[in-house]
Ligand binder design. Structure first.
Ligand code: ADP
Ligand code: MG
Length: 232
């Protein structure tokens, strides 16, 4: 099972958009993913509620809800068939909470917008991950997603230059697209929309999905081997 944490203490950077679109992608791939919403604003949970029963299922966990009548263990349970757990996180996560948040994550996706404020917030977030959460660069657990990008703009060029200096892989560049806004309203992801409307968005997602797959293969090196015939 792969645990994917989507994190950036800056609000509006695209955490929920990435978490919900990933959940949707794994759901249509037949994976029965888990979408764990740790944000009291509950945007991921609201998105999930909008899905209709005939859409591929996603198991939701309202991690933020401490007043649930369920026991915490029952509320937080991961169904045994889940291959991917995607964790959406709130804005304004204090740096001292990062070690706990990140310790069980196989991968950490940090979305960043092309704006001065967001670039600054992203560099603080990466510094906290490296220095406070002690995520090592050579674990290659962190991937940055440049989000809401308008190519051919000066600020986009500055964002990409900044990301190069971080020495953290940029695993996708998602364009600014109304498809994400529509998907948030309808409880779907771009992979579930009419293909001719989302062609460019699907292309944008490819490198992130490939990165996740490669990470999964390296974290669980025996997974593929299990399918090989046993020789005497
Ligand atoms: N690539 C994108 N193109 C257009 N709108 C986007 C994109 N990514 C996010 N948005 C919109 O920006 C707003 C904030 O995104 P959201 O994912 O909720 O951020 P966060 O969870 O980090 O606060 C939402 O209205 C969302 O639909
Ligand atoms: Mg959010």
């Amino acid at each position: 099972m792969q645990r994917i944490l989507v994190l950036n203490p800056k609000g509006g950077s695209g955490k929920t958009t990435i978490a919900t679109n990933l959940a949707s992608y794994f759901a249509i791939s037949g994976d029965r993913p888990v979408l764990q919403d740790n944000d009291p604003q509950a945007s991921s949970s609201r998105w999930l509620k909008k899905r209709s029963p005939d859409q591929p299922p996603i198991h939701g966990i309202a991690g933020f809800d401490r007043n649930s009548r369920m026991t915490r263990a029952w509320q937080m349970r991961i169904p045994p068939e889940a291959a991917h757990v995607i964790v959406d996180t709130p804005a304004a996560v204090p740096a001292q909470d990062m070690p706990d948040m990140t310790k069980t994550a196989d991968v950490i996706i940090v979305p960043v917008l092309p704006s001065d404020i967001d670039i600054h917030a992203c560099s603080k977030c990466i510094a906290d991950l490296l220095l406070i959460a002690k995520v090592r660069r050579d674990e290659y657990r962190i991937g940055v997603v440049a989000n809401r990008v308008k190519r051919n703009t000066v600020i986009y060029q500055s964002l990409m230059r900044f990301l190069e200096t971080l020495r953290i892989p940029v695993i996708a560049t998602l364009r600014d697209s109304q498809n994400y806004v529509r998907g948030a309203e309808l409880g779907v992801g771009v992979h579930e929309m009419k293909r001719h409307l989302v062609e460019q968005d699907l292309t944008d997602w490819q490198p992130m999905l490939a990165w996740l797959k490669a990470k999964e293969a390296s974290v669980h090196p025996l997974q593929g081997a299990a399918a090989l015939p046993v020789t005497a």
